[in-house]
Design a protein around this ligand. Structure first.
Ligand code: PLP
Length: 373
C-alpha cells in the first residue's frame, strides 16, 4: 500500500495536525536563512536540494572555453540569455531579469516591497527567503499554515489579504513538501488578485517535471497581470554553484526590479547557462535521473510504511514517526546529510535527491535505521 499522503490520511495519521484540524494554530517562526550548506567532507549531500547530475557536458565545455575570457564584463552574455529565454517563453527580453540565482530576483522583489512597507502574505512552511528578507526590512509578514494536503492554501491566503497587502509569495512546487498546486488554480489566484498586489510564483522546481507547461503561471505574465515568475538554473540544470536564475514579469515590473539589483553576474555562469538552456537532451536526462532517484526513495519509504508526500520536486518529505533529530543524527552517523527540521512537521524529514547511487545508499541506511528501531 502506498504511504503517499492524502488530506484524510494526513489528518488521521498525524495526531498534532488532526487535533488542530485544517486551520492549524499559528506557527512558530521558522529559522530558515537559506538551505543548509551541510558540507562535511566525505558525506553524501542530500540536504540542500541540489542536482549532482549536472552541470551538463555542454555547460562544462562552455565553462572551459570561457575561462581565458574571464577578464571581460559579461554585458553581452546577459542580454543574450535574456533573448534566448524570451524566445522560448514567448515574451520579450524586457520581460526577463537574470539574477545571481533566483534568490537575487526574489530578494529584489522583497526589497522593492520592503522599501514601501507593504504587507506580505505567504506560508510559514516554505522557502523562507522572501519572508525573512521582508522581515529584515521591517515589512509586516503574514505566514499562514499549509492546507491539510501540505499545499499552499490559496483560499486562506486570499482571505488574509488586507488593503495593506502588496506582496504574496507562492512556491509551486513547495519546498520542503514537494506538493504542487494545479497550474489552473495558481493562474486563477493571480488573475483575481487585487491589481496592486504583486504575486510571486516561485517555480524553482517546476521544470523538473515534464508537464511543467501545464502548471506554470507564465500565461498570467503574458496576460499583463501583476505577477513575477521565478526560475533557476540551480535545479534542473545542476548549476547551483554557478548562480544563475531568472524572473519573468511585465516590462514595467522588471524595470523597477532591475534598478534595485545588487549583483553583476559571472561570465562563466552566464556562458554555462546559455549552453545548458539549449541542451534539451541534458534536461531530459536530468529529469529521468531525478525520476529514478525518486522511485528508489518512494519505494523504500513505502516498504518501511512511512507516510510521504507525492513530491513533484527533487526532494521527498516524509514522516519518520519520531522527533526529526533522531533520524537526522542516525543518517549523519551513516555519512548522509538530510534537510533540517520544518515546523510544525516536527517528525518529518526532507531528503534531497542525489544520484541513483546516493539514493541506494540512503535506502540501505533508512532500512537499517528503521528495522533496528
Ligand atoms: C523554492 C526555492 N526557490 C528559490 C531557491 C533559490 O535558488 P537559487 O538562488 O539557487 O536559484 C531555492 C533554493 O533551494 C528554493 O528552494
Amino acid at each position: 500500500m502506498s504511504a503517499t499522503i492524502t488530506r484524510r490520511s494526513l489528518l488521521r495519521a498525524t495526531p498534532a495536525l488532526a487535533a488542530a484540524g485544517v486551520a492549524l494554530a499559528p506557527l512558530p517562526r521558522l529559522a530558515v536563512a537559506a538551505e543548509p550548506a551541510a558540507a562535511t567532507t566525505g558525506s553524501i549531500r542530500l540536504a540542500a536540494n541540489e542536482n549532482p547530475n549536472g552541470p551538463s557536458e555542454t555547460a562544462r565545455e562552455a565553462i572551459r572555453a570561457t575561462l581565458p575570457e574571464a577578464w571581460k564584463y559579461p554585458y553581452a552574455e546577459e542580454m543574450e540569455l535574456r533573448k534566448l529565454i524570451a524566445a522560448r517563453e514567448g515574451v520579450s527580453p524586457q520581460h526577463v531579469m537574470i539574477g545571481d540565482g533566483s534568490t537575487e530576483v526574489l530578494r529584489v522583489a522583497a526589497l522593492a516591497n520592503g522599501l514601501e512597507h507593504g504587507e506580505v502574505v505567504t506560508t510559514a512552511c516554505t522557502f523562507a527567503m522572501v519572508r525573512e528578507y521582508s522581515e529584515a526590512l521591517g515589512a509586516p509578514v503574514q505566514a499562514l499554515p499549509l492546507d491539510a494536503d501540505m499545499r499552499f492554501d490559496l483560499a486562506a491566503i486570499r482571505a488574509r489579504m488586507t488593503p495593506a497587502t502588496r506582496l504574496v509569495y507562492l512556491c509551486n512546487p513547495n519546498n520542503p513538501t514537494g506538493t504542487r498546486l494545479p497550474g489552473a488554480s495558481v493562474r486563477d489566484f493571480v488573475a483575481s488578485a487585487p491589481k496592486e498586489v504583486l504575486v510571486i510564483v516561485d517555480e524553482a522546481y517546476l521544470d523538473l517535471h515534464e508537464d511543467f507547461l501545464d502548471h506554470t503561471a507564465l500565461p498570467r505574465v503574458i496576460a499583463g497581470d501583476n505577477v513575477l515568475v521565478t526560475r533557476t538554473f540551480s535545479k534542473l540544470h545542476g548549476m547551483a554553484g554557478l548562480r544563475i536564475g531568472y524572473g519573468l514579469a511585465r516590462p514595467d515590473i522588471i524595470k523597477r526590479l532591475e534598478r534595485l539589483r545588487i549583483s553583476m553576474l559571472s561570465l562563466v555562469g552566464l556562458r554555462a547557462a546559455l549552453a545548458s538552456y539549449q541542451d534539451l537532451n541534458f534536461q531530459a536526462y536530468s529529469r529521468k535521473a531525478l525520476r529514478e532517484a525518486r522511485t528508489i526513495t518512494d519505494a523504500v519509504l513505502d516498504e518501511l510504511k512511512l507516510r510521504h508526500t507525492d513530491s513533484q520536486a527533487n526532494f521527498v518529505f516524509f514522516d519518520t514517526g519520531r522527533p526529526f533529530a533522531e533520524f537526522s543524527q542516525a543518517m549523519q552517523k551513516r555519512g548522509i546529510q538530510i534537510g533540517r527540521p520544518f515546523p510544525p512537521y516536527t517528525t518529518w524529514a526532507r531528503v534531497s535527491m542525489g544520484t541513483v547511487e546516493n539514493m541506494r545508499a540512503f535506502a540501505a541506511a533508512a532500512r537499517e535505521h528503521f528495522r533496528a528501531s
